[in-house]
Design a protein around this ligand. Structure first.
Ligand code: TYD
Length: 204
């Protein structure tokens, strides 16, 4: 059986990646591919508990504690959902993954970037996405889309989100083969077409 593919969707809050993931999933299913969708934080099962703490806990959460909770959620997602599906030849689409930790906890919160990258590899058992699409958006548009009801992470402020955005762009420069950047201010259809082309280039 062919090996499957692991594709991750990344970007600042409100960048529209979840809409694009859904559109890509529908397209791939129509083309006859077997597709599994998952997300971080909050993959089906235990991940939902991690998500509840990470987004809604209203007491103090230290930056390092936050990092380890995201990493624990990631390990569970990889071991119970991503790896089994990829080894069965399926295409796994994951809403956020390792680059979220590097962008948010590393560039955003200011933890050591190389340490976060090493911890990511520990969490995934060395597995890396075959392809990562970063949906790039300016902070004003992203915060407008998020609106007034912000969760714990979304309340981190504009400077934080500027660091996150620039962090993603820096990561894409460091790993141009894996990470592709898409301008997320274009129309939903235009972005979908770009995403499709990037993914088809991988599958073919
Ligand atoms: P979510 O509601 O899934 O946001 P979005 O729809 O924008 O993906 O919330 C996930 C939040 O957690 C988001 O603010 C990014 C943050 N996050 C990290 O800070 N580090 C991580 O490793 C991951 C996976 C997410």
């Amino acid at each position: 059986m062919n090996k499957g593919y692991f594709i991750t969707f990344e970007g600042a809050d409100g960048c529209g990646k979840t809409t694009q993931l859904e559109l890509l999933k529908n397209y791939l299913v129509n083309e006859g591919f077997e597709v599994v969708v998952t997300r971080e934080p909050g993959a089906k099962g235990l991940g939902e508990k991690f998500r509840e703490i990470l987004l809604n806990y209203d007491g103090v959460v230290s930056d390092r504690c936050e990092s380890f909770l995201f990493l624990a959620d990631r390990a569970q997602n990889i071991d119970t959902i991503v790896k089994p599906a990829v080894s069965e030849g399926k295409i796994v689409l994951c809403d956020r993954h390792i680059d979220s930790s590097t962008a948010y906890q590393g560039y955003g919160r200011g933890l050591d970037i190389q340490q976060i990258k090493n911890l990511n590899l520990l969490a995934t058992g060395g597995m890396l996405p075959d392809l990562t699409i970063v949906f790039d958006i300016d902070i004003e548009t992203s915060m407008q889309r998020v609106g007034k009801n912000k969760d714990r992470m979304e309340n981190s402020g504009n400077e934080f989100f500027n660091r996150v955005r620039n962090g993603y762009l820096e990561l894409a420069k460091q790993e141009p083969d894996r990470i592709k950047v898409v301008d997320s201010t274009a129309s939903i259809d235009d972005i979908h077409n770009k995403v499709k082309n990037i993914v088809l280039a991988l599958l073919n």
